[in-house]
Design a protein around this ligand. Structure first.
Ligand code: SAH
Length: 464
């Protein structure tokens, strides 16, 4: 195969990024936007020795799993990757992806996986699930302000105020801001020149409380005629917090380092289960509240707490899992690298009258080993123990030193919450080689229409 060759392919598999995979005389082609079961005509864009990338030109016979995307921009927009796939097929793909990684990278045998894996936890309504959106501002060819999402792998804005994954109020807010920009000639920021003012808007919506937060990210320290914009925004039912975050650096990082309140409070509140959380513009908070509750309930179930246990929650963010577990445990320790998140975690503990949770700022792979050493010194060589250790690391997974300390602390159970099943599988292999048994694993679909999948795993210490 060579560049610009045309070919007819039947899609047989799906890649990790949601692309369709098909073969032409043994040569593998990766085709974006093609679904398993489709028969398609494609044009080769890039040809390597054993495989290539091709563009979908025409669907000759659509797959039974192909659906009409709800969003007209689904194919161009970088936000969704698999909206043209039926939701049932999406769930099957995610389950297979997690299972495949546990088998290949983790080295777990198929019969073990048959026994421990529970079916993926999906959503009843896989749209409108996000409680958070960050929209970039830009300028169209006619010089008018626009907002929407970036096209895949670029920073070209596809103008769209009605994202199918977000809440309806996003559109109302965005239309108000765009009208304000036009009326008062407030320019959008231009990434290339570093000129212009309005960079992004962060919108958060509390699904339980219906509280709304708007935070405007600006290339400067103020917005001219801000009082007029505030006046219009605060007319929206549920508006609770309007703030501004200055970000004058030429960077891909969306938010600035700080924020100032323009109107109302500096935060909104929301619930997961019966725990109440305060969320400020700069804190990490799970974006899919419906699935988060299912995920945390699963983590709690796996932890099997009876009361009285010592639990560590590593990578705890604003203490979401810690506080969930604290209701059933003796003592919970949370560790998180971002100081503001730990401030929120402490505040949230207070807000819920939870007194058995303590939080530490720092790297999990430093805090836990240091704690272990110090404990031993202070207790005449006795080892620090834990009953349950929960980890919820970012995509790169856990550090080797952290895994070693976890093993030394001999918790009865390790609950691993993961957003990347490849690093999860790698870490499970280490723990299972050091005295732990894979007991349960369940994928949870936190991000329908995208290729991402969360997994919750229970490891049990082997009885010697
Ligand atoms: N458990 C939380 C947050 C999970 S996201 C929740 O469910 O909401 C992962 C968190 O790990 C982020 O808050 C990130 O800031 C934090 N983090 C990243 N690297 C870390 C490290 N080395 N040590 C501790 N925390 C870290």
């Amino acid at each position: 195969m060579q560049k610009n060759d045309m070919a007819t392919v039947t899609i047989e598999d799906i890649g990790v990024n949601g692309e369709g995979i098909g073969k032409v005389d043994g040569y593998t082609l990766f085709i974006k936007d093609a679904v398993i079961g489709d028969r398609v005509e494609v044009k080769v864009m890039k040809a390597k020795k054993n495989y290539g990338y091709a563009r979908l030109m025409k669907i000759l016979e659509p797959s039974a799993a192909r659906v009409e995307p709800r969003c007209p921009f689904a194919r161009k927009c970088g936000g969704c990757q698999i909206q043209e796939m039926s939701y049932g097929q999406q769930l099957a793909f995610k389950e297979k992806k997690v299972r495949g990684n546990l088998e290949r990278i983790g080295g777990f045998a198929p019969d073990i996986l048959d026994r421990v894996m529970d079916p993926v936890l999906g959503m009843d309504e896989p749209f409108g699930y996000r409680n958070k959106a960050q929209f970039p501002f830009g300028t169209d060819k006619e010089g008018r302000p626009v907002t929407g999402f970036y096209a895949g792998r670029t920073h070209d804005i596809i103008a769209n105020t009605d994202c199918a994954l977000g809440v309806p109020v996003n559109q109302e807010i965005l239309e108000i801001i765009l009208a304000f920009m036009k009326e008062y000639g407030i320019p959008a920021y231009d990434e290339k020149t570093g000129q212009g003012l309005l960079r992004h808007v962060l919108i958060r919506y509390g699904f339980t409380t219906k509280e709304i937060m708007v935070c405007l990210v600006v290339n400067g320290s103020r917005i001219p005629r801000a009082e007029e914009l505030i006046c219009r925004l605060r007319g929206i039912d549920g508006m609770t917090s309007i703030s501004l975050s200055p970000n004058t650096r030429q960077t891909n990082v969306i938010m600035g380092d700080s924020y100032q309140v323009l109107w109302g409070q500096g935060y909104i509140t929301d619930y997961i289960g019966n725990v109440r959380y305060q969320i400020s513009p700069l804190s990490f908070y799970q974006v899919n509240p419906v699935q988060t509750e299912k995920l945390y309930s699963l983590a709690l179930e796996y932890a099997g707490l009876r009361g009285g246990e010592t639990v560590w929650d590593l990578y705890c963010g604003i203490g979401t899992i810690s506080l969930f577990l604290a209701q059933k445990a003796g003592q919970v320790y949370g560790v998180e690298i971002v100081p503001q998140a730990i401030e929120d975690a402490k505040k949230n503990a207070g807000l819920n009258g939870i007194t058995n949770a303590e939080f530490f700022v720092g790297k999990a792979e430093e805090i836990l080993p240091e704690y272990y050493e110090r404990y031993s010194q202070e207790h005449g060589g006795e080892s620090a123990r834990a009953d349950v250790i929960v980890v919820d690391p970012p995509r790169k997974g856990c550090d080797e030193t952290l895994l070693e300390t976890i093993v030394k602390m001999q918790p009865e159970k390790v609950v691993y919450v993961s957003c990347d099943s490849a690093t999860l599988a790698r870490d499970l292999k280490v723990l299972c080689g050091a005295g732990y048994e894979l007991e349960k694993a369940r994928p949870v679909d936190m991000f329908p229409m995208t290729v991402h999948v969360e997994t919750c795993v229970l490891l049990q210490r082997r009885t010697m």
